[in-house]
Write a protein that binds this ligand. Structure first.
Ligand code: FAD
Length: 503
């Protein structure tokens, strides 16, 4: 929005949004000597950005050239590579590789996991390693992802000013289109805040805007399981300021369950084998569990790629004009039902943030009618509206694969080939969705926001999942937090070094 006239207040750097990206940008700009103001839409009490729901994984490129090759190969899958500046790929690899050292310097703690790039068919996948944040330095009473708690501790230590309950509405621009401030609204009061150095946009994605999801994602409905407050405000602000958008029609996704009640406003991830993680348990055998489509057939090597299974759900039958895999049915037996909670309790709405307390034995949720159940495979099919004979055939064939120790149809990991059996069967419908969207303003290697007219918008920076550099494919668990830290730092230090009007 073109602005002339005075500001209500002027600071060096305004950071919009207090997730991991905003927190790191604010800390970095502050430590570079800038006066920083953070503007956060949510109230302080109960402030829940996606960063707080997260599990705390962050990837680390352990070999720079390998990581560059891996990200480049991911971009090449849908032909996007030719449009991506190689400097951006390198900046990501170098800065994300520096995350552990930055955490060490600031008192953050983490452990290394034995997890690498998610796409082993691509070069360089083994050069990515997943780390996991451990609790350190969180403010008292904080619950949620330890990485976010730690970053909130850094904000508090520095007494960086955070204006909670204040929504950024518009970016303010001068006659040449350079960003010179931001218009905010708090309790109906509109204020215009000027900047001497720059603005960092870090307000998250559009996972809670039904309108934007319908308009941009390739499928509807798509359910997400984080904050309700990421309503795509950054996209509106960026478009109005003349930004180029990217990655609006893709997202890292998986099968998402939806329980319309309790604390579940969106959806939730599922725990296929009750292992407390994405893969099967190490020490005990995996219980019987499969996915079937609307024709009651299996269609995927369960559990599917962790952040690309959504792509498999999109397969449309263009003759019948239906999406046979939406919903997908998760079919499991009594052993799985009794093994552990059906949803993760280490992150998400049933995790430490405590939006919903899932019963340990799943019985309360069964009583809610969220889980279908029957005494035989045939009866279960009837309850779910599936073809009973087809589901019986599918289960019999899957059980045959288990007996042979080889999944002749989809090549599923043999350690997970446990037959479905017993005298009770269960089903839960699953939808496309995931943890977060990645669309938003395109950023460059310096975290500057690209202008639709070429070049970048002066004094405007971005970080985090809003306009993430991750597109069709996601590198592996921890891609987003690694980017929040890396581009939060790049945005924070470049904003702090910028000068509005060359002052
Ligand atoms: C259950 C779950 C588990 C996940 N686990 C992982 C993981 O282990 N590793 C990983 O890498 N990623 C994970 N992710 C994804 C990751 O958490 C997010 O993508 C990342 O934290 C986003 O950080 P952010 O700072 O960009 O946005 P957020 O953390 O969502 O912060 C954005 C902030 O901006 C505020 N805001 C919005 N609009 C405005 C406005 N107009 N004005 C002012 N403020 C505004 C919001 O209220 C919010 O506080 C997970 C996500 C979920 C939901």
């Amino acid at each position: 929005m073109h602005h002339t006239g005075p500001f209500d207040r002027t600071v060096d750097v305004v950071v919009l949004g207090l997730g991991d990206a905003g927190a790191v940008a604010a800390v970095t700009a502050h430590d570079a000597g800038a006066e920083v103001l953070v503007v956060e839409k949510q109230q302080a009490a109960g402030h829940r950005p996606n960063s707080r729901y997260a599990a705390g994984f962050f990837l680390v490129p352990e070999d720079l050239e390998g990581a560059v090759a891996y990200l480049s190969a991911m971009y090449a899958v849908n032909g996007e590579l030719s449009t991506v500046d190689p400097a951006l790929i390198r900046a990501w690899a170098e800065e994300a590789a520096a995350n552990p050292a930055w955490l060490d310097r600031h008192g953050g703690t983490y452990v290394k996991m034995n997890i690498h790039g998610e796409h082993p068919s691509l070069p360089g996948h083994e050069s990515i390693r997943v780390y996991k944040a451990q609790p350190s330095g969180s403010p008292e009473g904080y619950t949620g992802c330890p990485m976010h708690g730690f970053l909130r501790g850094l904000i508090a230590e520095r007494a960086i000013e955070v204006r909670y309950g204040t929504a950024a509405r518009w970016l303010l621009t001068d006659a040449a289109g350079a960003v010179v401030g931001v218009e905010t609204e708090c309790d109906g009061q509109v204020r215009r805040i000027g900047v001497r150095r720059g603005v960092v946009l870090a307000v998250g994605g559009y996972e809670s805007s039904e309108r934007l999801k319908r308009q941009y994602l390739p499928i509807s409905p798509a359910h997400f399981y984080g904050t309700e407050h990421n309503t795509g405000d950054g996209i509106t602000m960026a478009i109005e300021a003349g930004a180029e958008l990217w990655h609006m029609n893709v997202w890292p996704g998986h099968f998402v369950a939806r329980f319309p009640g309790g604390g579940y406003t969106g959806g939730t991830g599922i725990d296929l084998w009750g292992s407390g993680r994405f893969g099967p348990p190490d020490d005990v055998r995996a219980p019987g569990s499969i996915f079937v489509d609307g024709t009651a057939r299996r269609f995927i090597r369960e559990p599917g790629r962790q952040h690309a299974a959504n792509l498999e759900l999109l397969a449309m039958d263009a003759d019948s004009l239906t999406y046979p895999r939406i919903p997908t049915w998760w079919i499991f037996d009594q052993e799985r039902f009794e093994r552990a909670t059906l949803v993760p309790t280490y992150s998400g709405p049933a995790g430490p943030v405590g939006d919903y307390t899932w019963s340990e034995d799943n019985v309360a949720e069964l009583r809610e009618g969220w889980i279908q159940s029957a005494g035989s495979v045939k009866e279960l099919a009837v309850v779910c509206g599936l073809d009973p004979a087809a589901l019986e055939r599918t289960v019999a064939r899957y059980n045959e694969h288990c007996a042979n120790g080889v999944d002749a149809d989809f090549g599923r990991d043999p350690v997970t080939l446990t037959p479905l059996g017993g005298d009770r069967y269960y089903a839960v419908p699953l939808w496309p969705g995931g943890s977060h969207t990645v669309g938003g303003p395109r950023r460059d290697a310096n975290a500057r926001v690209a202008s639709i007219r070429g070049g970048s918008i002066s004094h405007l920076y971005s970080a985090g999942e809003l306009g993430s550099l991750h597109g069709l494919l996601y590198p592996t668990g921890g891609g987003s937090i690694a980017e929040c830290l890396a581009f939060g730092r790049i945005a924070g230090r470049n904003a702090a070094a910028d000068r509005v009007g060359g002052s």
